[in-house]
Design a protein around this ligand. Structure first.
Ligand code: COA
Length: 345
């Protein structure tokens, strides 16, 4: 059986750091509320004119550099915030990377996008349709959040994280383990953009400007997120023939610190095993696991040879999990220096 093996990791974050104090300047919220409910201290939002494709291209370029390759056979972009509704963002990203002509498509699984995108990359490789894939999770949530909605504006953020995968053996470091993915479309209304799609357009109903913004029923989402992340993580372990004692580091989608802690606790993991960057990055949806892998690799939070457990949850509803032994890679990151963020917050 051919496995998909991680050989490169990169990330790109916008220069602009948005602190809780800045948000509290125009929203009825506070640094104390945001930190205690979400663990977020600051997030990055793009400057006007910067798109998801721009962040994706930069992260892709850095992941290719990390892998030491100039070419791949396919590009997958996981995003909720494509550059345009049509066409997909991936073909343009591929061309900007000098890869015109290769397979390129988008995946939309909202905050589970990184794992659904990974599954797509694994499938391309396992089926023999690609020897190597660049998989990028990229978002500009600042372009779809309602600036007046304190329930979402404080949580969501922008960024891109990318992996390069190549065909290899299942027992190699970097080989992606069995992926467990799931969905429940009966709960689609919990996380949605109500207008702009065929359902609203076809109904002939006029949409209000606010209907084009991202909406989330936070409290209900919280409950489902904890349950689904924990259960899919357990299933992924089972499918890989592992137990929790085999796991060195837990790499959850950075929804918020409370969700990560609750899932970690349910799984019986020690707090020190959980890797996190939500405090400085916020929730970057499909990009979050990629950015976290890059930042934690660069900071020494995850090291070659450690077995990782990845899990995510998002709109759809969707969820998923997988395991892998982290390979020897150098992460390449384009981001404002941490010192600048600390000074700003
Ligand atoms: N600042 C201050 N107060 C806020 C606020 C903010 N940014 N957002 C909501 N509130 C208020 C509410 O209006 C409510 O006030 P009320 O009691 O007067 O009605 C109160 O805080 C509690 O609201 P609630 O939504 O019940 O808070 P919560 O404890 O559930 O925390 C979330 C809200 C969004 C942080 C929490 O539900 C959550 O983390 N949900 C999951 C969201 C998420 O991570 N989604 C991504 C999944 S991929």
């Amino acid at each position: 059986m051919t496995a998909a093996v991680v050989v490169g990791v990169g990330a790109s974050l916008p220069q602009r750091v948005v602190t809780n104090a800045e948000l509290a300047g125009y929203l009825d919220t506070s640094d104390e509320w945001i930190r205690s409910r979400t663990g977020i201290g600051a997030r990055r939002w793009v400057d006007p004119g910067v798109s998801t494709g721009d962040l994706a291209t930069r992260a892709g370029e850095l992941a290719l550099r990390s892998a030491g390759v100039g070419r791949v056979d396919a590009v997958v972009v996981a995003t909720t915030t494509p550059d345009r509704l049509c066409p997909a963002t991936a073909p343009e990203v591929a061309t900007r990377l000098g890869l015109t002509g290769i397979s390129a498509h988008d995946v939309n699984a909202v905050c589970t996008g990184f794992l659904y995108g990974l599954s797509s990359a694994v499938g391309l490789i396992a089926a023999g349709n690609a020897e190597s894939v660049l998989m990028i999770g990229a978002e500009t949530f600042s372009t779809i959040i309602d600036p007046k909605d304190r329930g979402t504006a404080v949580i969501f953020a922008d960024g891109a994280g990318a992996l390069v995968l190549r065909a290899g053996a299942p027992d190699e470091p970097g080989a992606v383990g069995p992926l467990v993915l799931g969905s429940d479309g009966g709960l689609a209304d919990l996380i949605q953009i109500p207008a702009g799609g065929s359902r609203q357009r076809s109904s002939g109903a006029a949409a209000e400007p606010e209907d084009y913004y991202f909406r989330m029923r936070g409290r209900e989402v919280y409950r489902h997120a904890v349950e689904r992340m924990a259960s899919s993580a357990m299933q992924a372990l089972g499918r890989a023939g592992l137990t929790m004692s085999d796991i060195d580091k837990f790499v959850p989608h950075q929804a918020n610190a409370r969700i990560s802690a609750a899932v970690g606790e349910r799984l019986g993991l020690q707090e020190r095993q959980t890797v996190s960057n939500v405090e400085c990055v916020g929730n970057t949806a499909a990009a979050s696991i990629g950015i976290l892998l890059a930042e934690a690799t660069a900071a020494g939070g995850i090291r070659a040879g450690q077995r990782l457990l990845l899990t995510a949850f998002g709109g759809g509803l969707t969820w998923g999990a997988t395991t892998l032994v982290w390979p020897e890679v150098t992460a390449h990151i384009a981001a404002p220096p941490r010192a600048a963020i600390a000074a700003a917050s």
